[in-house]
Write a protein that binds this ligand. Structure first.
Ligand code: AHQ
Length: 244
């Protein structure tokens, strides 16, 4: 899995300080899919019910890929302290214990979102509605995470630095624009906000500690751009699929 390289920083260039490096990572937020025309239109109430259903059904493939991606990274993590943190991500999506309530996990919450927008559970889980380019983008993400050094795979999850806002936007706008969607269906977005913050704290610590030369820091920015491209191209494909 090749990551596009921006022109290499000259090797003798001084590394950024951790705070300057973090600022560079966060500046990538200008390419986050919160700014994608489909997302802007969706949160402004400009989507038809069919377009909302297309988005929910296609994004479900991304959701089911996340725990597989995280399990691949877990397998590459040599350090128990990191594994004990990272394994939480898998349980957050797959659920655990009695599987009831919050223990149901993100995939169950997304299934409830599907039912709230009019997609029966078996249709959502059949993945029949997933567009080829959405599958391609998500599979590229899982493949990268499985094959890259675990610290690089951790870095690729840092698009979640920008995720709390996109979840808050949906919670703030969907009820007024899409009153036909049962409010309980939005639980996934609400549940994700604190979890994203917890995950980014760990992901950022690993990233700031691992990428310590200027060339390595540029690699981290390129990895983040790859993941931003995964999310952006998913919305390109969803926008096209929703017009068919
Ligand atoms: O619901 C999302 C989620 O669980 C994750 C995990 C994380 C990763 O490991 O790459 N990224 C991510 C994201 C989720 N939701 C997306 C959205 O727009 O609802 C945002 C996405 C991300 O920012 O990477």
């Amino acid at each position: 899995m090749e990551i596009a390289q921006t022109p290499l920083a000259t090797p003798h260039e001084a590394a950024w300080s951790p705070s300057a490096f973090e600022a560079q990572l966060r500046a990538k937020g200008r390419a986050y899919h919160i700014h994608h025309p489909f997302n802007v239109r969706m949160n402004a109430g400009g989507c038809t019910p069919d377009e909302i259903r297309c988005w929910v059904a296609n994004r479900f493939y991304y959701q089911v890929c996340i725990p597989r991606k995280d399990a691949a990274i877990l397998a590459n993590m040599p350090d128990r302290a990191h594994r004990r943190l990272w394994i939480e991500r898998i349980l957050d999506h797959d659920g655990h214990g009695d599987f009831q309530g919050a223990a149901g996990g993100g995939l169950e919450a997304w299934t409830r979102l599907g039912e709230a927008v009019g997609i029966p559970r078996e249709d959502l889980w059949s993945l029949q509605a997933v567009a080829p380019a959405v599958r391609f983008a998500c599979d590229a993400y899982v493949r990268f995470a499985a094959q890259a050094p675990w610290q690089e795979a951790v870095c690729s999850s840092l698009t979640e630095m920008f995720a709390p806002q996109i979840h808050k936007d949906r919670l703030a706008t969907w009820p007024q624009h899409y009153p036909w969607i049962e409010a309980s269906g939005l639980a996934y977005f609400r549940n994700r906000i604190p979890l994203a913050g917890r995950d980014v704290e760990h992901g950022l610590q690993v990233t700031l500690e691992h990428f310590t030369t200027r060339v390595a820091q540029q690699r981290a920015l390129d990895i983040l751009q790859f993941k931003l491209d995964v999310l952006w191209t998913m919305l390109d494909a969803i926008e096209k699929a929703s017009q068919q």
